[in-house]
Design a protein around this ligand. Structure first.
Ligand code: AMP
Length: 293
């Protein structure tokens, strides 16, 4: 039987406040429908839309949140210039028949007097993104905890593109006894391998051409490691990889091989599975990517 759109609308219902969100969700819950949440900062691309499709396969109804979260940006970062394309985002979600868009104002998420922060440890202290963006995971954990509490979804879908974030959020849901299962979505890439990102639109044409070096280096390094590099030669593979990324014109923040589960540095040769993670800057743009070994 075809699913009834909420309130017989074809476009997703858009709500901006927590009471309106809870009312819309209560209508769904009455029909015993399961709910998935896909948190985003908007500027939606095919990577986000793949998460929405995954959510639709796993739950009856899909809520997409669009919120550019100021607390995960440092003062020198791109909060002001972060792309905001709300009308296009809603049109893309309408085409997919997403059910509900939650687009809170900053004052809704952080009203005057707001004074609570969630500061994650474990994977959030792995020495990867946290080493270069020290404010980042407390901002993410706080907003994700709020979104999960506001929506109380059955599942929430996060992309492997932000692999460390996925680990942090998975742990957060478990540690706070949230009744939401965190589901991971695979990375969606351009034809040449560049991982889709809202920030790719900052790249100038020559930078865009160089950007695929990141994925090439990840894949080549993963192949070499899979072919049997031991502890010492993993270090050499990574050194070569960093040099290749720098030679393409990037400033390398990190290229690391980590335990794919904990993100801890590899303790023993032969430890598997491994995740290779990279972050590098070109021009004013910072890109991240990762692959499994
Ligand atoms: P963002 O809007 O960048 O905060 O991302 C929202 C969600 O989309 C996060 O769970 C990201 O990991 C995920 N995401 C971003 N880019 C991609 C991609 N290329 N493939 C899969 N998921 C992605």
């Amino acid at each position: 039987m075809a699913k009834r759109p909420i309130g017989a609308r074809r476009r997703p219902r858009i709500v901006h406040t927590v009471p309106a969100l809870r009312k819309a969700l209560a209508d769904l819950r009455k029909r015993r429908e399961t709910v998935a949440l896909v948190p985003t900062m908007g500027a939606l691309h095919q990577g986000h839309l793949a998460l929405v499709r995954l959510a639709q396969r796993r739950a009856d109804r899909v809520v997409v949140s669009i919120f550019v979260n100021p607390t995960q940006f440092a003062p020198h970062e791109d909060l002001k210039t972060y792309p905001r394309t709300f009308a296009t985002d809603v049109a893309a979600l309408a085409a997919l028949k997403a059910d509900l868009v939650f687009a809170p104002a900053v004052e809704t998420m952080y009203p005057e007097g707001f004074s609570t922060r969630i500061v994650p440890e474990g994977a959030a202290k792995a020495g990867l993104e946290d080493a270069f963006r020290p404010h980042f995971f407390a901002g993410v954990a706080t907003v994700v905890a709020k979104l999960l509490i506001q929506c109380a979804p059955d599942i929430a879908v996060f992309g492997e593109k932000d692999f460390q974030q996925l680990k942090v959020v998975t742990r957060l849901a478990r540690d706070l006894d949230l009744a939401t299962r965190i589901v991971a979505g695979a990375i969606v890439r351009e034809a040449d391998g560049l991982a889709l990102s809202s920030r790719n639109r900052y790249l100038k044409p020559d930078e865009r051409a160089k950007a695929l070096t990141l994925y090439r280096v990840l894949v080549r390094s993963a192949e070499k490691i899979a072919a049997g590099a031991d502890g010492a030669s993993i270090a050499a593979v990574l050194d070569d990889g960093r040099a290749a990324i720098a030679a393409a014109g990037f400033a390398v923040d990190y290229l690391e091989a980590r335990n794919a589960e904990t993100l801890a540095p590899l303790a023993a040769a032969g430890e598997r599975p491994i995740r290779l993670l990279v972050a590098a800057r070109i021009g004013g743009t910072r890109l991240i990517d990762n692959v499994g070994v």
